[in-house]
Write a protein that binds this ligand. Structure first.
Ligand SMILES: NC(=O)c1ccc[n+]([C@@H]2O[C@H](COP(=O)([O-])OP(=O)(O)OC[C@H]3O[C@@H](n4cnc5c(N)ncnc54)[C@H](OP(=O)(O)O)[C@@H]3O)[C@@H](O)[C@H]2O)c1
Length: 277
């Protein structure tokens, strides 16, 4: 398994079309633009005028017509919600061929399902996450049976513009959806509770926000750069009979770690149950 940043070279001269310019479609467009891809290489189709305006402000050419984008694209990113996928593919399938690379970022839509509708087309499945919006995303990618190394490089370059990319066998996609696809929401859930506690303790909101943000940022940096596992880092903060220990004992009584793990397992089960095979 690899995790790395990649260059835009495999996308040079290619037209990249997005079907769906919502949250994730625009996040990926923004990443490509910030990485230096010219706007003339980007197209997006979306029925929603506000979504089109956002994509246009990012420099993409926009339209409401799926077929216009599907016909022009060398690389076609399917960035609609899963229930919209069948209708989008019914329009797009007439235009795409073996020279198009199709990249789906939809949760739960399997390579098998996509390949059955696009039998001659190289297809790649991706699970990105929301921090792609600020080029700090994490994307897992799995290639379909027709995707060759050159097609994988195209997908890695496209997702690499918005963060780290990791090749992962498709059998792990329910797990990675639960871990990193849904992951940002777990953190925001914790941050919300943390902010509430800070308010209850009477801290000015701006101080609380800066303190929590910096604590998170610094703690993550130390975990990733310091070479110590979380349990060892916890021991560096928590002294016997001290303040941190008081909090950790309360978490243990509430079985917070077990509940978090159970929640992440529930997300993986949901991903499996929702899968379109
Ligand atoms: N958001 C995340 O954190 C996240 C993370 C990983 C993966 N994903 C996946 O990314 C995909 C997109 O999610 P999102 O959060 O970006 O959703 P979103 O914000 O709702 O964006 C989807 C966009 O597609 C548009 N659309 C609907 N029908 C269309 C059609 N026929 N042709 C072209 N565009 C069409 C929607 O317009 P209307 O609003 O008018 O329907 C909307 O603007 C989903 O499959 C999701 O599973 C999302």
């Amino acid at each position: 398994m690899t995790s790395r940043r990649v260059s835009l070279q495999p996308l040079r001269g290619k037209t990249i079309g997005f079907l769906g310019a919502g949250t994730m479609g625009c996040a990926l467009i923004a990443g490509l633009r910030a990485a230096g891809l010219p706007g003339r290489q980007l197209m997006a189709a979306d029925p929603d005028a506000a979504a089109r305006r956002r994509a246009m402000r990012l420099g993409a050419r926009v339209t409401a017509e799926v077929c216009r984008v599907a016909c022009a694209a060398d690389v076609l990113v399917l960035a609609v919600k899963p229930p919209q996928m069948a209708a989008v593919l019914a329009c797009a399938r007439e235009c795409v061929g073996r020279h198009t690379v199709v990249i789906s970022i939809a949760a739960g839509i399997t390579l098998r399902w996509l390949q059955a509708r696009l039998p001659d087309v190289p297809v790649i499945r991706v699970m990105p996450n929301l921090p792609a919006t600020v080029r700090c995303g994490f994307s897992a990618i799995a290639a379909g049976r027709l995707a060759r190394a050159a097609h994988r490089r195209v997908a890695e370059a496209l997702l690499g513009a918005s963060g780290a990319v990791c090749r992962l066998p498709e059998r792990h996609f329910n797990a990675i959806t639960a871990v990193s696809g849904s992951g940002p929401a777990y953190l925001y859930y914790l941050v919300d509770a943390w902010q509430q506690a800070a308010r209850d303790l009477g801290l000015p909101p701006a101080v609380a926000e800066a303190a929590i943000a910096r604590t998170l940022q610094g703690s993550l940096a130390l975990w990733r750069c310091g070479g110590l596992p979380p349990a060892a880092l916890i021991r560096q903060v928590a002294s016997k009979g001290g303040t941190t220990e008081a909090a950790l004992q309360q978490f243990a009584r509430g079985r917070v770690a077990a509940h978090l793990a159970a929640g992440i397992r529930a997300a993986a089960r949901r991903s499996k149950a929702l899968a379109w095979r």
